[in-house]
Design a protein around this ligand. Structure first.
Ligand SMILES: *Cc1c(COP(=O)(O)O)cnc(C)c1O
Length: 362
């Protein structure tokens, strides 16, 4: 097997040695006090990542990837007789509409082209004209393109129309600004294994504390019904087996995040890394897809250079120790993506740019 090298895909990420060491930590029973204590600490730390969430929001851990938390949030918090307005401009937004429909709940998809921003005008029209809409749903960082969506504007509409916002923050939590109040946020879903630099296998929903009780009975699912996880609030125990080692690793990742200066410092670091990658690739004639103002901190899409096939680029970089990521769907022939989450050193970027140079210079 080729050495995996530095992961520049949007999760799972290259772990720090400290986080990786926790994966080989003790085997514990998920029904014993030491694991409950750990979970309570992880919950507290997740609730404290953003000052704006402190007090009002509670974190509930679920066993599964980011999609699991997103689906649990939608399953539990959208009422059976409610209606979601999903504003989507990529794979992950559209997937949420698919989940809602799979749950047998009503949904209006305000879809934009994947290369465009959220269609705020149509979303506003829909909120004005359709009084059945009960919730608004969107993605913060649409990983399909690396666009940091204008959630502030959508959130302002939500506040104006008094519609709670449910946010997929899977590739933003820990490294992008989140305004819990101004966006009228009811809940967000995120994962251990992206901007938090934990291992894959545990994800979480951060939701307003008062929402769980009235939500009883919304979920067309057992595993995804967050009401069943309510016991975590005080006891720390989950109804189903959590990935115990992954939870220990997540605690370490959260300790490291706090020690490094929290989400603001992580965002600054990501911007530094992505800026260097972007400038280095620009010198080789490879241009970023989006304008600076639209770009997320954690992942950047680049236009595939004319005449370069993605597979050749991927394999050449892989041989040189880097894993990059393809475009999705119709964008597969047009772009590739580089995420800068995880333990990435300055020297890794130097080597990455040198590898691109070898592959792209005639
Ligand atoms: C990665 C990602 C997901 C899905 O996460 P998994 O861990 O792969 O299930 C959902 N939404 C966004 C925006 C993502 O970037």
């Amino acid at each position: 097997m080729t050495e995996p090298g530095v992961l520049l895909n949007p999760g799972p990420v290259t772990l720090t040695d400290g986080v990786r060491a926790r994966l080989a930590g003790p085997d514990v029973c998920h029904r014993e006090a030491e694991f409950a204590e750990l979970c309570l600490e992880v919950k507290r730390r997740l609730e404290a990542v953003y000052a704006g969430a402190a007090g009002a929001f509670e974190a509930l851990l679920v066993g599964g990837s980011g999609t699991c938390a997103v689906e649990a949030m939608l399953a539990t918090l959208l009422p059976r007789d409610g209606k979601a307005l999903v504003a989507a401009n990529g794979v992950y937004g559209e997937r949420m509409a698919a989940m809602i429909m799979a749950h047998g709940k009503a949904c209006t998809l305000v879809r934009s082209d994947w290369l465009a921003g959220l269609d705020l005008d149509r979303a506003a029209d829909c909120l004005r004209s359709d009084s059945d809409v009960s919730h608004v749903v969107c993605v913060q960082n649409e990983t399909t393109t690396g666009r940091l969506n204008d959630v502030a504007s959508l959130g302002r509409l939500c506040a104006e129309h008094e519609k709670p916002l449910l946010l997929d923050a899977v590739s933003g939590f820990g490294a992008e600004a989140i305004d819990f109040e101004a966006w009228n946020l009811a809940a967000l879903a995120a994962t251990a294994s992206k901007c938090l630099h934990g291992a894959p296998g545990v994800s979480f929903v951060l939701l307003r504390r008062e929402l769980l009780d009235p939500a009883t009975g919304n979920a067309p699912s057992v595993y995804l019904d967050l009401c069943r996880y309510r016991g975590q609030t005080d006891s720390g125990f989950s109804p189903f087996t959590l990935a115990t080692h992954v939870c220990f690793a997540l605690r370490e990742a959260l300790v490291e995040l706090a020690a490094e200066g929290g989400w603001q410092a992580r965002r600054a670091r990501y911007r530094e890394l992505s800026g260097r990658i972007r400038r280095g690739l620009a010198e080789l004639g490879v241009t970023a897809l989006l304008e600076e103002a639209d770009r997320s901190s954690s992942i950047t899409s680049f236009d595939l250079p004319p005449g370069t096939r993605y597979a050749r680029l991927h394999d050449g970089l892989r041989e040189r120790g880097f894993v990059v990521y393809a475009g999705q769907g119709d964008l597969a022939d047009r772009l590739f993506r580089i995420a800068n989450m995880g333990a990435i050193a300055d020297g890794d970027v130097d080597r990455l740019l040198a590898a691109f140079g070898e592959l792209l210079r005639p």
